[in-house]
Design a binder for this molecule. Structure first.
Ligand SMILES: NC(=O)c1ccc[n+]([C@@H]2O[C@H](COP(=O)([O-])OP(=O)(O)OC[C@H]3O[C@@H](n4cnc5c(N)ncnc54)[C@H](OP(=O)(O)O)[C@@H]3O)[C@@H](O)[C@H]2O)c1
Length: 314
């Protein structure tokens, strides 16, 4: 498979449409498939989603980039990032696509994740806002669209609308964000198209050991958001010490810890040096002692205590 077409060629290997929850349960795996050998710049591995499509394990986050969105995405794409994470709520879908194009990439060379916003979930029918996202992101298709938050009373209608787009072929995969296992159970009672991934807050201050294991039991790939805890963990002495041993920065050590846990990671930066160093994490390994020392930083602490999916003001 050539690099330019890596995503175009990643056709549905498994069945995306499921008869019911029982069929889903029968197909689920306890652990995600090991990343495939990389064909991407920077040796970024590809992780296989439950429907057979592939997502790069390292991507670029775009929250709060605002007017820096185009320039930051262009720098990231030029550096080699091929996964871009945006959301209707970030207000920058158009800018993400513009940055990708300015870097000279074509649609099939990148994987774009977006998310339906809580506001749009509350304003059914959701079809029009999804069409606007497709248009903003190049006009052809979306690789992965997530339900951003489990907004009470609006999940089923949103999911069934997303399923229609999968059947039409204008969204390739659909998934979840900030779903706890009980939210997933509810959704699987009616889902006809299986979710492929759950994007949740994970970083050394909130390592989410038990939640990751629970989500993987559904066969879902786990994607960490705020992998650097929005910069808050980076002054930890433990990370600096481990970094010294490997000649890496605290940010690189933190991201490497996440990828060695099998997570998809999407750090955000508008600083060219940071964008570059965050991409340079597939040429060293943390040993067991390093992994344990980073896990010991856990405090079950979110970047914002309000971001608890069970107590969110929905
Ligand atoms: N699904 C959800 O509900 C949800 C929620 C939050 C975030 N997300 C997604 O996850 C992505 C990442 O999370 P995030 O944006 O919250 O935070 P993050 O990636 O954990 O951290 C970003 C912060 O770290 C700094 N930083 C990045 N690389 C650095 C480096 N090498 N050295 C020092 N500082 C560095 C950045 O500053 P500089 O710009 O100066 O480098 C920025 O202040 C988001 O952008 C978004 O796409 C999803």
């Amino acid at each position: 498979m050539n690099r330019r077409d890596f995503l175009k060629g990643a056709a549905l290997a498994g069945t995306a449409i499921l008869a019911n929850k029982a069929a889903f349960a029968a197909e689920q795996a306890a652990t995600p498939a090991a990343p495939a050998p990389s064909i991407l710049p920077g040796n970024v591995p590809l992780v296989t989603l439950p429907n057979g499509r592939m997502i790069p394990q390292l991507g670029f986050g775009t929250l709060w980039l605002k007017e820096k969105s185009v320039a930051s995405v262009r720098m990231a794409a030029e550096r080699g990032y091929r996964l871009f994470d945006t959301a209707q709520g970030y207000g920058n879908e158009k800018e993400i696509w513009q940055g990708i194009r300015e870097a000279g990439l074509v649609r099939s060379e990148v994987f774009i994740t977006t998310k339906i916003s809580t506001d749009n979930m509350r304003k059914p029918p959701q079809k029009a806002c999804i069409e606007r996202s497709i248009e903003a992101l190049g006009g052809e298709y979306i690789d992965l669209m997530l339900i951003h938050w489990p907004v009470r009373d609006h999940i089923r209608e949103t999911w069934e609308t997303l399923e229609d787009f999968v059947r039409q072929g204008t969204i390739r995969s659909i998934g979840l964000s900030n779903f706890n296992p009980h939210h997933i159970d509810d959704l699987l009672a009616y889902a006809q198209v299986r979710p492929v991934l759950n994007q949740i807050e994970i970083h050394p201050y909130h390592s989410q050991e038990a939640n990751i294991a629970a989500i993987r039991k559904y066969g879902l790939v786990v994607n960490s958001w705020s992998p650097l805890a929005q910069g808050k963990v980076l002054s930890e002495a433990a990370l600096a010490n481990i970094g010294k041993k490997h000649n890496k920065t605290p940010a690189q050590v933190t991201l490497r810890w996440a990828v060695q846990r099998g997570l998809v990671v999407i750090p955000r930066s508008q600083n060219p040096a940071h964008i570059s160093e965050n991409f340079d994490i597939f040429n060293f390994s943390l040993d067991d002692a390093d992994m344990t020392a980073i896990a010991a930083l856990n405090r079950n602490e979110r970047v914002n205590p309000k971001n608890d999916p069970d107590n969110f003001p929905w």
